[in-house]
Design a protein around this ligand. Structure first.
Ligand SMILES: C=C(O[C@@H]1C=C(C(=O)O)C=C[C@H]1O)C(=O)O
Length: 373
């Protein structure tokens, strides 16, 4: 079954037709969605059904791969990949350090703006361009083997490009009117400790994201619940995470995404001031990095045991509408033999430029690991 899916992916790529193949965190099921022509579909009212691929910039179009053909297969981890040490150091080419001065200056400039009161937090990012060996599909398989707790994907459209990623961050999951989201921020290298100590900078930076999400959701949901904040491992990194749940008053996904994207985990606080700084000062276009991607309005048939004793053995089926969106982090774009890796981090009043650079270096390991092996 899985072999068949792989063949279909290869064929689709060869024919230069759109596809997405992905696995949700902690699952074995890999889904492939295949489009039969090369038309570029967009989302407009978010009542569409399909796989969405949204850029960081809200002004740009959200791409949709409709559910023409869906192929599913179970993926078993390859034995040879099971014992990889994802915390081992990675190698850097000297050219990687070219961007260091620019990033240090960018962070310093942001700190000055924070001191002036322009904004409280801004997420600043950069690119690494590197060559890679093997095919995109081989890299996708490495992602599946390496990052079992992430949302792993490969997305392709001949008019847009080819992206791969393994993200730990849920933007929002919606089932009927129940929503789940998270505030994920604060980063340190994973050193074998599941509950490490956190610096105040990380705690405050992550709390800003929780406060923002709670504030914008207040008027849109009932039964708002905020979990304890916990440490979450994402490959060779640790983050702080708070889960947030609630029940939507109206099922208006477009309206919800307008307030949730971009959260201060990838944009900043306040949203518009941080966005303007990013646009004016990052020296490249983020495109789909820090955008979001995933299933939009999928119909899911759920079998439920009936509570009625008389029809005890009969299960009834209920159709649910489900949306599962992830933030496009720890991702890269492949073009010919060049991989462009995107990485960033949150800057606050307590940021130290050198450490912020180091953080982006650490984050780049997620993709560099699969490229360099
Ligand atoms: C921006 C990225 O990650 C985001 C920023 C984080 C931070 O600043 O600590 C942590 C997790 C993500 O929300 C990235 O991985 O590129």
């Amino acid at each position: 079954m899985f072999q068949q899916l792989l063949q279909q992916i290869e064929k689709q790529l060869l024919e230069k037709k759109p596809l997405v193949v992905y696995r949700k965190p902690g699952q074995k099921l890999v889904k492939g969605i295949f489009q039969s022509d090369t038309k570029l579909h967009h989302c407009s009212d978010f009542k569409e059904t399909g796989f969405v691929f949204a850029p960081f910039d809200e002004k740009d179009d959200v791409v949709l791969i409709p559910l023409e053909e869906v192929v599913e297969a179970q993926f078993d981890l390859s034995a040879q990949h099971n014992h990889q040490d994802i915390t081992a150091p990675i190698e850097y080419s000297p050219s990687e350090f070219d961007g260091r001065n620019f990033h240090l200056q960018l962070v310093s400039k942001a700190i000055k703006e924070i001191e002036k009161g322009t904004f409280k937090k801004v997420v600043l990012s950069r690119q690494i361009l590197t060559t890679y060996q093997g095919t995109p599909l081989q890299l996708f398989l490495k992602l599946l083997n390496t990052y079992t707790d992430a949302f792993c994907y490969m997305w392709y459209h001949p008019k847009v490009g080819l992206w791969l990623g393994a993200t730990p961050e849920v933007l929002v999951s919606i089932q009927n009117k129940n929503i789940q989201t998270m505030s994920l921020a604060g980063t340190q290298p994973y050193k074998g400790e599941p509950n490490p100590e956190w610096k105040n900078k990380d705690i405050e930076e992550q709390a800003m994201v929780t406060d923002y999400i709670t504030e914008v959701l207040k008027s849109m949901v009932t039964q708002l619940q905020i979990s304890e904040t916990e440490s979450l491992r994402a490959g060779s990194l640790m983050h702080l995470r708070t889960k947030i749940t609630g029940r939507l008053k109206d099922l208006d996904i477009k309206k919800l995404l307008k307030v949730l994207h971009p959260t201060p985990a990838v944009g900043g606080m306040p949203k518009n001031e941080a966005y303007l700084f990013i646009k004016a000062n990052e020296n490249y276009n983020r495109e789909f990095y820090t955008g979001y991607l995933g299933e939009l309005n999928f119909k899911e048939e759920i079998a439920r045991a009936s509570n009625n004793r008389n029809i005890e053995n009969k299960a009834y089926r209920a159709i649910h509408t489900k949306t599962d969106l992830f933030v496009n982090l720890r991702s890269m774009q492949l073009e010919d033999q060049t991989a462009t890796i995107y990485i960033g981090g949150g800057i606050t009043i307590d940021s130290i430029p050198e450490q912020e650079w180091e953080e982006t270096v650490n984050k780049s390991a997620t993709m560099l690991k699969v490229i360099q092996k």
